[in-house]
Design a protein around this ligand. Structure first.
Ligand code: PRP
Length: 185
């Protein structure tokens, strides 16, 4: 067992299951955007592993770009107050934009991003998320592509972190509560 695995209570979505679903999503996106060369906008840092796999599953031309957002709340809770740490390089006016996220929780981060990107007048703006936690939603958002609906558990891996760790796990797992409940040193 490696030193990260002892911190996990269960593997929620295996590597093989993720791979299969990412291929289905890629095929659907390739079909829906055929001839449009969408810009896939990855929200850092969590979305990067999903983007890397998803773009290889889309057998049509795409462009990619990145945005980094910071929440002012604690690391465990989204406060709804967000700011842009790193903005897109591309001009998205008149372009088809697909936001690529790892997880939608309260929806505050995404709601801010949608509002912000909408003002730049893209031809279309849609959302693709690997994980959705609908029980936690505080803002009503319509999601266009969802990999998996998951229960309200603390998940890490496949890009998702706790205190910047565990992003490199190739599956989505549930963190043992004692790991995130222990007092900081
Ligand atoms: C996560 C995730 C979303 C956001 C979702 O990012 O990637 O951007 O939280 O939460 P919300 O729906 O409650 O707003 P995080 O702030 O953990 O940053 P990271 O991707 O760099 O880990």
């Amino acid at each position: 067992m490696n030193s990260m695995q002892k911190d996990l209570s269960e593997i929620l979505i295996s590597r093989e299951t993720i791979e299969r679903r990412v291929h289905e999503l890629g095929a659907q996106i390739a079909h829906d955007y055929a001839g449009q060369t969408p810009i896939l906008v990855c929200i850092l840092k969590g979305g990067m592993m999903f983007l890397a796999d998803l773009m290889r599953a889309i057998a049509e031309p795409v462009e990619i770009d990145f945005m980094a957002i910071s929440s002012y709340g604690s690391s465990m809770e989204s406060s709804g107050v967000v700011r842009i740490l790193m903005d897109l390089e591309s001009n998205i006016e008149g372009r088809h934009v697909l936001i690529v996220e790892d997880i939608i929780d309260t929806g505050h981060t995404l709601s801010y991003i949608i509002e912000n990107l909408s003002t730049r007048r893209p031809a279309s703006l849609h959302i693709c998320t690997l994980l959705d936690k609908p029980d936690r939603r505080e803002v009503d958002i319509s999601l266009d592509y969802v990999g998996f609906n998951i229960p309200n558990k603390f998940v890490i891996g496949y890009g998702l972190d706790y205190a910047e760790k565990y992003r490199n796990l190739p599956f989505v797992a549930v963190l043992k509560p004692e790991v995130y409940l222990q007092p900081s040193p």
